[in-house]
Design a binder for this molecule. Structure first.
Ligand code: PSU
Ligand code: MN
Length: 303
């Protein structure tokens, strides 16, 4: 048996058929500094509730898979140093050995699917890193989107990645990439990437119908909904490009590899922008949570 536990709020939502939105926890433990991380986690959960859905933040704590965290658990996770970063490769091992870990996009999709949750909001998915032709660093998030049928709302792919290569892999893997209310695929801190998204939708109900149609057709895999950061919060790509280049060069110099790359780059960009990247990150996650709630409320509303 899988040791799985639901928060009181999520349990009630499952019984009443209330829409639920999954949230990841790596963004809390590895994506933002304490105490902003726990403050943001609470704000995002509040945004989902305000939209009429129920948030389910997912993590592994002492060998139990948690679907929904209460405030104490959220605070503990946000404060604990050295929490594992769990993807598809490590989530089962962590549960089996009684460990504690935060779930990435890939692991959160797996957990959401287990719990019957169709929609998940995050900041930005992992993707193909710059220089992947040498490093082979391609996030497991992309392959997860190809095989687990959860609709993921993100602000595109982080601009620290090779966005063009990320889109190519998603296309190869048969993942629908749907930009919301614009043609461009967004680049996390910036609204545009100069790359057109393969699909566009302007209505959460359409996104829900497309999710359901994939299910009816027996297509494995999810959808990536690429929701641009709000205008007032964006950092123009041209301003960010040299900062990202510096952060990447620093990561190379420091010999950062594997799971450490994304957290290192996010932290370095936070320092180099004097915290502005974090402000943008917070605004985009909240925006994604609101859209995810709208989609979740639409799922299952039409026969
Ligand atoms: N979105 C954010 N901040 C983050 C992440 C996403 O706004 O820290 C995390 C997600 O958990 C994502 C992970 O799955 O970064 C990607 O890591 P990697 O590149 O090592 O696959
Ligand atoms: Mn990686």
């Amino acid at each position: 048996m899988i040791p799985i536990t639901y928060s009181a709020e999520v349990s009630a939502a499952r019984e009443n058929g209330t829409a639920i939105v999954a949230l990841e926890s790596t963004i809390i433990t590895h994506g933002m500094p304490y105490p902003q991380n726990v403050e943001v986690a609470r704000l995002v959960e509040g945004d989902i509730r305000a939209a009429g859905a129920v948030p389910a933040t997912i993590a592994v704590m002492n060998g139990t898979l948690h679907i929904g965290l209460d405030d104490d658990e959220l605070t503990t996770l946000a404060q604990t140093k050295g929490v594992a970063k769990l993807s598809r490769a490590d989530i089962a091992a962590c549960i089996a050995t009684g460990g504690t870990g935060a779930t990435t996009v890939a692991a959160t999709m797996i957990a959401a699917k287990l719990a019957g949750i169709a929609v998940f909001a995050t900041g930005g998915i992992g993707g193909v890193h710059k220089g992947a032709e040498d490093s082979f660093d391609i996030s497991a998030d992309l392959m997860e989107l190809a095989q687990t049928d959860v609709t993921v709302v993100a602000a595109g792919a982080k601009a620290i990645l090779d966005v063009a290569k990320t889109l190519e892999v998603l296309e190869t893997q048969g993942v629908p990439v749907i930009a919301y209310c614009q043609d461009d695929f967004p680049a996390f801190w910036s609204r545009g990437s100069k790359l057109k998204a393969p699909l566009r939708m302007d209505d959460p109900a359409q996104i829900a119908r497309a999710h359901e149609m994939r299910g009816l057709m027996g297509l494995p895999g999810g959808q990536l909904i690429a929701n641009p950061i709000p205008v007032d919060a964006e950092i123009p790509a041209a301003e960010l490009a040299p900062i990202i280049a510096t952060a990447q060069a620093d990561a190379d110099k420091a010999g950062i590899v594997g799971k450490g790359v994304t957290p290192y780059l996010l932290q370095r960009i936070f320092e180099l922008t004097n915290g502005r990247s974090l402000e943008a990150n917070i605004a985009l996650v909240r925006n994604n949570a609101r859209l995810a709630a709208k989609i979740a409320l639409e799922i299952g509303t039409k026969p």
